[in-house]
Design a protein around this ligand. Structure first.
Ligand code: F6R
Length: 616
């Protein structure tokens, strides 16, 4: 969590840093701050609790002296509440050094005690301030921020990205990272640092991902990378394929509205060039590690939240198409239960950000156990992608709204591509099925566009439900992850109680929740589906309706069996079983957004959340 920006160059540092923070605000929005080295070699800084707009408003009336070197931070609070004092930067060396931090310093209490004994005074409740004070002390000894940083990181435990500037070293920003992300933006006569490329993509598309346990020093004309011992090291260069406008709202009322409208494109882009004649899937990025897929005895997906629901659909499809047993585990549960993982296990991590700490740690654990690791990721150069044996990128483009939408759809199709690829390699997928799925993929973007158009009706429904205190979601088989996803969106966006249930589980307990007026969304399988689930789900609808539930069914257009039993039907075009959930989820994404809007809530930045969860 937390967004971090650093800049050296001839532009207005205040503008570059505040602009970068605006693009990174989705990472945390409890408080924000900036520090600049002025042309007279003074360090000036300002920080405020609240959203970035609070800081910006302050600076509009009382601007800081601008300069050519600066850092900025937008915070997701871990240690200490979101107050002005706890906001970053924190200062050291009697106000001449400024430091920003993303992550958690696990041994900060011990370090703090030492610093207090040495006579240092603390002004915040944060773990980060210990680093500022330690750096200040080491700077006084070394007169070089990079050398001071080497000494300090040697004493830190936990996860951190750190950026620091010192008034006596204008034109220099030093960064360090362990378990938290840091990328360099390479310019002409200027360089940038950011938690991710969104910080600088408006200025350059040339980037370098700083590796684990590396320290980077940028000046206007140089980028130097060393490891924590000070030995020369290499960061990984890459070209950013997002343009700056992709991360702009582009006239939409919220990023989430824009990103839902981009769901068809996200799916089309993720499929593009990967499905050839007869539905043969080509994924050259996987060939080296998965070409010989017969050696895989099982697949475990690891992911959190929405990405875990996408993984469930992937596991269902992969097991069906390739015959390889596939399951899903929440990353944060996985490694703590001593799972059986060996060289024949394929671990597939699914992560939009590629930085989710729980997932990263699970990937590292699996690697230690000898498993093959594959990352399905939306963010180029992300840590999980770099640390995995292979990466299958989704091409959803930048997702800025905290609630994941288009990334979910692109993750699902990426897992489907993986399933087909494996099934075709081990000859379990027939030519007919390959051809049918190729046709399904081709139809998908237009069908999704149709679903995006349900927005006006969903908005009306959300309008009359604004006072609702609880909504339930039911689904079965591929409809179950959709139910979970619908409920998660409602919790995080509209702050109301919402639960997703497997429809078959209803009679084992949850049906007791049904009382007159309870709103229940039901994801109904197609009546043409070869399984007999349609009739079972229609029976479930009747059971809850008989107990007074108000049913909103998401059902196939011509599904006459549902009409008599539902208060409202959201029609979905006919699609094959594995495409249905992709269509059914769109109105639920819209519903979460519209209910939040009807309640006057912040759609893009829901309370207590952050986009990338880079702490455990
Ligand atoms: C929900 C949501 C989260 C993320 C989860 C994993 O709308 O966005 O549940 O899906 O935090 O994030 P990534 O995919 O970045 O690992």
């Amino acid at each position: 969590m937390c967004g971090i920006v650093g800049y050296v160059g001839q532009r207005s540092t205040a503008q570059v840093v505040l602009g970068g923070l605006a693009r990174l605000e989705y990472r945390g929005y409890d408080s924000a701050g900036i520090a600049i080295i002025t042309p007279g070699n003074a360090l000036v800084s300002h920080k405020r609790a609240g959203k970035l707009s609070v800081l910006r408003d302050d600076l509009a009336t009382n601007p800081l002296l601008d300069g050519t070197t600066g850092i900025g931070h937008t915070r997701w609070a871990t240690h200490g509440p979101p107050t002005d004092n706890n906001a970053h930067p924190h200062l050291g060396d009697e106000g001449k050094l400024a430091l920003i931090h993303n992550g958690i310093i696990e041994n900060y209490e011990l370090l703090k005690r030492e610093l207090v004994e040495q006579g240092e005074t603390f002004h915040s409740d944060t773990d980060s301030e210990v680093v500022a004070l330690m750096l200040g002390r080491e700077y006084r000894d070394t007169h070089d921020v990079s050398t001071a940083m080497q000494r300090v990181v040697a004493r830190l435990e936990g996860a951190f990205t750190l950026l620091a500037v010192h008034a006596n070293q204008p034109g220099v920003v030093v960064g360090a990272r362990r378990n938290s992300p840091l990328v360099v933006g390479l310019g002409e006569g200027e360089n940038f640092l950011g938690s991710d490329v969104a910080a600088f993509v408006a200025y350059t598309d040339k980037a370098m991902a700083v590796g684990q346990d590396q320290i980077v020093t940028i000046t206007p004309d140089s980028v130097t990378v060393v490891d924590f011992e000070g030995k020369p090291a290499n960061a990984t260069p890459f070209t950013v394929d997002w343009d700056a406008s992709a991360a702009d709202k582009g006239g939409w009322s919220s990023f989430m509205a824009k990103e839902i409208s981009e769901e068809p494109e996200a799916v089309a882009n993720t499929l593009r060039g990967r499905v050839g004649a007869g539905g043969i899937v080509t994924l050259p990025e996987l060939d080296a590690v998965l070409g010989d897929s017969v050696s895989i005895s099982r697949i475990i997906f690891i992911a959190c939240g929405t990405a875990a629901y996408a993984s469930m659909l992937g596991a269902y499809a992969i097991e069906k198409w390739s015959g390889i047993p596939a399951t899903v585990e929440l990353s944060h549960e996985f490694r703590y239960r001593d799972p059986v993982v060996d060289a024949s296990t394929l671990i597939v991590s699914v992560s939009q950000s590629g930085e989710t700490m729980d997932t990263l740690m699970a990937v590292r654990y699996a690697k230690e156990k000898g498993a093959t690791t594959l990352s399905i990721c939306n963010t180029q150069g992300a840590t999980i992608a770099r640390e995995s044996d292979a990466v299958l990128y989704t091409y959803a483009g930048p997702e800025v709204a905290v609630a994941s939408t288009k990334a979910f759809l692109s993750q699902v199709v990426a897992t489907y591509l993986l399933g087909l690829y494996l099934g075709q390699h081990n000859d379990r997928v027939s030519a007919e099925l390959s051809a049918q799925l190729a046709q399904d993929f081709e139809d998908l973007p237009d069908q999704l566009e149709e679903m995006v158009q349900t927005g006006a009706r969903i908005k009306e429904l959300a309008g009359w439900m604004a006072d609702t205190r609880s909504v339930l979601f039911l689904g079965r088989h591929v409809g179950y992850p959709v139910a979970l996803e619908g409920a998660l969106k409602l919790k995080e966006l509209a702050y109301i109680h919402a639960e997703g249930f497997a429809a078959g589980e209803l009679k084992h307990g949850p049906i007791a929740l049904i009382e007159p007026g309870q709103i229940v969304f039901v994801v109904v399988p197609s009546p043409r589906d070869p399984s007999s689930l349609h009739a079972k789900v229609v029976s479930n609808i009747q059971e809850i309706r008989a107990r007074g539930a108000r049913v909103i069914a998401i059902a196939e257009k011509a599904d006459a069996a549902v009409l008599p039993h539902a208060d409202e039907v959201i029609a979905v075009p006919f699609a094959s079983t594995f495409m249905e959930p992709l269509l059914a989820v769109v109105p639920l994404h819209i519903f979460g957004m519209e209910l939040a809007a009807a309640k006057g809530l912040d759609i893009d930045q829901p309370r207590n959340l952050a986009k990338s969860v880079t702490v455990e």
